[in-house]
Design a protein around this ligand. Structure first.
Ligand code: 2BA
Length: 110
């Protein structure tokens, strides 16, 4: 068994979770934020048999899109009399950042 972690942009989360439900996958979604942009993203955790991993990755790929964001870099230290014109830096985000972990033990209790 594997646990697929997919960090996806907030804008893609509803489409992805609807597609996972439609395909019959059980999953948990956690609201998260990227360490770099500090924007809302969603981490989806899907526990599946090894054989289903390629299909989960296909669903993620079909529902998550790459987007260009612009980030203002931190202001540098400027001396009196100097001035600084900030120019935003282009960053490519997504489609999704995916980790596939081995699961040592899985059990549903109750
Ligand atoms: P963020 O950390 O907010 O990163 C957003 C985008 O900014 C990244 O897109 C990447 O293009 C850029 N970026 C991130 N750190 C950077 C750095 N130190 N220098 C320059 N550019 C940087 P993605 O790579 O598509 O990542 C999207 C989101 O996936 C990340 O949001 C983070 O929440 C997650 N993520 C990415 N790599 C990860 C990792 N190794 N471990 C855990 N989470 C990760």
């Amino acid at each position: 068994m594997k646990l697929v972690f997919a960090v996806v942009q907030g804008k893609d989360a509803d489409g992805l979770t609807a597609a996972l439900r439609a395909s019959g996958y059980r999953f948990t979604q956690v609201n998260s934020a990227g360490g770099f942009l500090r924007e809302h993203n969603v981490t989806v955790m899907v526990g599946v048999d090894d054989a289903a991993v390629p299909d989960v990755l296909r669903v993620v790929k079909q529902n998550c899109y790459s987007r260009t964001q612009y980030v203002n870099p931190l202001l540098p230290v400027i001396e009196p009399g100097e001035f600084y014109v900030p120019s935003p830096v282009e960053v490519q985000v997504g489609g999704a950042t995916v980790f596939v972990l081995n699961v040592r033990h899985y059990e549903r209790m109750g």
